[in-house]
Design a protein around this ligand. Structure first.
Ligand SMILES: N[C@@H](CCC(=O)N[C@@H](CS)C(=O)NCC(=O)O)C(=O)O
Length: 222
């Protein structure tokens, strides 16, 4: 496929990083365009992603696609080498199920728990996050990665658990994920394997800058 491949992203975004990680794992060359997404949305972002107005946007041969999970699926179907999704339709459906669960349940529940004040609300939010994380712990039984021996689609989507969410805890001065992980040995090991992966390791946003951004963007504006 000789058409131009472009990623419009933001350095700190776990969603942008998912797309870049998939491209790197599959050995696809691409141009990266950094967007100042929280300062001013560029005309191109508004044109390419008029519905959500967010990054990442993936542009292949001039045709834009938004939403990281959708982009990952498109990449895997368009470039067949080094697949990240299982080939069997049932296993593929399961991978999509877990990816959806991560973004619809796990990510928001962690954020909610972090933001909730003291008392009943906080307990409920933490309970919700715990339930989600326990389901992931169960899913990892007997496996190194969610996809088995090799890092794949669900691992890429779960990137926020291994890195961003722990940095978010630090920025908020709480231990939501960090303390839950103490009772989740498989998920803890998974975080370790994920972060040790040679391609992941060299493509993470710098921690100090990430913490500074989280503090200014999410904590101080609360
Ligand atoms: N569900 C989207 C989430 C993308 C997202 O939230 N991107 C953030 C950056 S981390 C963004 O562009 N935010 C701009 C805004 O909310 O206006 C995906 O998976 O791609």
């Amino acid at each position: 496929m000789g058409e131009k491949v472009e990623v419009f992203g933001a350095w700190f975004s776990p969603f942008s990083r998912r797309v870049e990680l998939a491209l790197k794992l599959k050995g696809i060359q691409y141009d990266y365009i950094e967007e100042e997404i929280y300062k001013k949305k560029s005309d191109l972002i508004l044109k390419f992603n008029p519905v959500y107005k967010k990054v990442p946007v993936f542009v292949h041969g001039g045709k834009p696609i938004a939403e990281s999970i959708v982009i990952l699926q498109y990449i895997d179907e368009s470039w067949k080498d080094n697949p990240i999704l299982p080939q069997h339709p049932y296993h593929k459906a399961l991978a999509l199920f877990w990816a959806k669960f991560l973004d619809d349940k796990v990510l928001p529940s962690l954020m909610k728990a972090r933001r909730s004040g003291e008392g009943k609300d906080r307990e409920e939010a933490i309970g919700e996050a715990r339930e989600g994380l326990r389901a992931l712990e169960e899913e990892l039984k007997g496996k190194k990665f969610f996809g088995g021996e090799k890092l794949g689609f669900v691992d890429i989507v779960a990137n926020f658990i291994a890195y961003w969410s722990q940095a978010m805890d630090e920025a908020f001065g709480v231990q939501i994920l960090t303390s839950e992980l103490q009772n989740l040995p498989r998920l803890t090991q998974w975080c370790h394997h994920f972060l040790q992966h040679p391609i992941v390791k060299h493509n993470l946003p710098p921690k100090t800058q990430l913490l500074a951004l989280f503090k200014s963007q999410f904590v101080d504006t609360n």
